[in-house]
Design a protein around this ligand. Structure first.
Ligand code: HEM
Length: 131
């Protein structure tokens, strides 16, 4: 049974562009992870301030393996470098993501998201359009 894991990122209005820029430069490692099925970055509309990083996996174990992998660390190297703080707990000494740390956009180097939490679901039913 597939599982859906959504990382829910609270993003202040002035950081939206920055967050989307980071994702448009994302590492692209997740595509190669074993058991990976789908990714979407979902932008909130109607005044909501939480982006959903939607991912779908063949199994819970595949997702867990990815979060413990080097690919996950590398995929988050930029975020970790810019956060420069514990709490993310990933991506030390990767030597990646440098050169973006400061001075762009809003002149601040902090993370684009002010909070993050993971939502987990099992896929009970799934369908697409007829042919
Ligand atoms: C503290 C928690 C997290 C934060 C703040 C965060 C934020 C980010 C940011 C800003 C990026 C863009 C790339 C970059 O800047 O390095 C990214 C990449 C990504 N994140 Fe997260 N993330 C977190 C944890 C997670 C978790 C738990 C998941 C899974 C549900 C996830 C899924 C992804 C995926 C799929 C990518 C694209 C990586 C690739 O292309 O290989 N993130 N994340």
């Amino acid at each position: 049974m597939s599982v859906v894991k959504m990382n829910v990122l609270t993003v202040p209005p002035e950081m939206r562009e920055e967050l989307e820029r980071r994702f448009s430069n994302r590492a692209g490692f997740v595509e190669s992870a074993d058991g990976f099925e789908w990714f979407e970055l979902l932008r909130p509309v109607d005044g909501l301030d939480r982006y959903l990083v939607y991912t779908r996996w063949r199994s819970e174990e595949d997702f867990q393996r990815w979060t413990e992998s080097r690919a996950f660390q590398q995929g988050h190297a930029q975020a970790a470098a810019e956060a420069g703080a514990p709490g993310h707990g990933h991506a030390q000494d990767q030597g990646q993501g440098h050169g973006h740390g400061q001075g762009h956009g809003h002149g601040q180097g902090g993370p684009a998201a002010s909070a993050a939490e993971v939502w987990s679901f099992e896929v009970v039913q799934s369908t697409g359009p007829k042919s």
